[in-house]
Design a protein around this ligand. Structure first.
Ligand code: LLP
Length: 427
């Protein structure tokens, strides 16, 4: 039987009418574990990682998975096992990495608002580097580290002022963003950092945005960062590494981002041409490692025909899949078992949450009946990690597929789980 691969999802394919995740039929996973259910392919994660590794063959590069994309322990374990470091943005993420077997010295700590407690926690754990985002944060970090008789390794996140040509909410390298320090202030701020007693300048960092599908913004950002490396080093401050952030996009809806290895061959050629080919590199990819390694299975509860719109009401909602409500994002939706009633009908696919913003797909032609299982694609990144309990809906279960084995990596949350930290006022 021939496999019909899903675009962008090499490890999810139809065999006959049945959608498979690696060697497992997803409709069986849905009946076994219930819906909504996130299903991840381990092979898909590792092959996304391998694309980066191919691009970096023979180079000194640390890949730090940006775990905000998907911070489930079973997912972190895959990347820790493959030798990855992690990009974290909170003390909670640090605890998760350590619980999943990640190495502290391969952790970089990003984010504009680290608290003193988080700084102490990360210093005590011995993380690899703090990516500092403001002058005020440098002063606080130096004080916290000095009080522990330590020097905190730091990179300063510089804002290259390059337009990544992506959604405004996920573009971070432009002047009006809250992230990083301005290009023109960077040298002065590095000089300030080098003079602080609790800091050890280690590198330079930049991240220009997310879901980037073009190569040019990356090449431009690299040029701007290398200009700064030259001026900082000629002021006598040595930079051991360049952290080039994450941001590479995936195919949600016919998007054509460059392959990681193709992109990095171009970026490395630029580094070589400018004489920085032997500098240690770090990168922080999130979405491109997990986005198309996951789908969300959901059951059709009701079909509701209407004068203007037909609605397909499913049991997953904006609390499980927040991206459409937040960014008008597109996720493809396909049946777990193809060959439903012909011809297809055009539906708005919506969840049970009491908000008009609770839609998962608009104007989708679907051949479905109530009770059918649908798969929402490209759901590996920024879905479960942004899931909420709105409407007291428990967060979904998650399964990691490895060949013909399915591992439950998160059981479904129930109402008792949600009420655990609450109490009634004593009367
Ligand atoms: N490094 C830093 C400093 C970041 O802020 C981010 C993402 C990454 C790395 C990873 O970027 P990626 O490779 O995943 O593009 N919730 C949004 C995306 C927010 C991205 C935030 N920062 C979405 O669902 O599209």
């Amino acid at each position: 039987m021939t496999d019909h691969k899903l675009p962008g999802h090499p490890h999810f394919a139809y065999r006959g009418n049945d959608l498979f995740a690696e060697d497992l039929m997803v409709s069986e996973l849905a009946s076994l574990h219930g819906t909504p259910l996130f299903v991840y392919s381990k092979a898909a994660m590792l092959s996304a990682l391998a694309a980066y590794q191919r691009g970096f063959a023979g180079r000194d590069v640390q890949i730090c998975y940006a775990m905000k994309a998907n911070s489930s322990l079973g997912v972190l374990q895959v990347f820790a096992g493959a030798g990855c470091g992690f990009d974290i943005v909170s003390g909670g993420e640090l605890e998760r990495v350590l619980a999943a077997g990640g190495q502290a010295n391969k952790i970089i700590f990003s984010g504009v608002g680290k608290t003193r407690a988080e700084m102490r926690q990360a210093l005590a754990a011995g993380i690899g580097c703090f990516n500092v985002e403001s002058e005020a944060e440098l002063d606080v970090l130096s004080g916290v580290a000095a009080a522990m008789n330590l020097r905190a390794p730091v990179s300063i996140r510089v804002n290259p002022n390059v337009d990544p040509k992506t959604h405004p909410y996920i573009s971070t390298g432009l002047k009006g963003n809250k992230f990083g320090v301005a290009h023109e202030d960077a040298l002065r701020i590095y000089q300030h950092a080098a003079a602080l007693p609790g800091l050890q300048v280690a590198g330079i960092d930049c991240h220009i945005g997310s879901q980037i599908t073009e190569t040019t913004p990356y090449l431009d950002a690299m040029d701007r960062v290398l200009d700064l490396v030259a001026s900082i080093e000629s002021a006598g401050i040595e930079l051991e590494h360049i952290d080039f952030g994450g941001g590479l996009g995936i195919n949600y809806n016919g998007d054509t981002p460059p392959e990681a290895d193709v992109l990095w061959r171009q970026l490395l050629a630029k580094l070589d041409a400018r004489g920085y080919g032997s500098k240690k590199l770090m990168i922080e990819p999130g979405r491109s490692l997990v986005g198309n390694a996951g789908i969300c299975l959901t059951e059709v509860l009701y079909l509701k025909p209407g004068e203007q719109k037909n609605f397909c009401i499913i049991d997953a909602a904006m609390n499980d899949l927040p991206r459409p409500a937040m960014y008008q994002a597109f996720h493809a939706i396909v049946p777990a078992v193809a060959g439903g009633p012909a011809p297809a009908t055009t539906y708005d696919v919506v969840g049970p949450v009491c908000e008009s913003g609770d839609w998962i797909g608009r104007d989708r032609p679907l051949a479905v009946n109530a009770g059918d299982v649908l798969a929402v694609l490209s759901a590996g990144a920024y879905c479960m990690s942004m899931a909420s309990n709105y409407n007291t809906r428990g967060r979904a279960a998650e399964v990691l597929v490895d060949g013909s084995q399915a591992h439950l990596i998160r059981r479904r949350e129930d109402a008792q789980d949600q009420m655990r930290h609450e109490q009634l006022v004593a009367e």
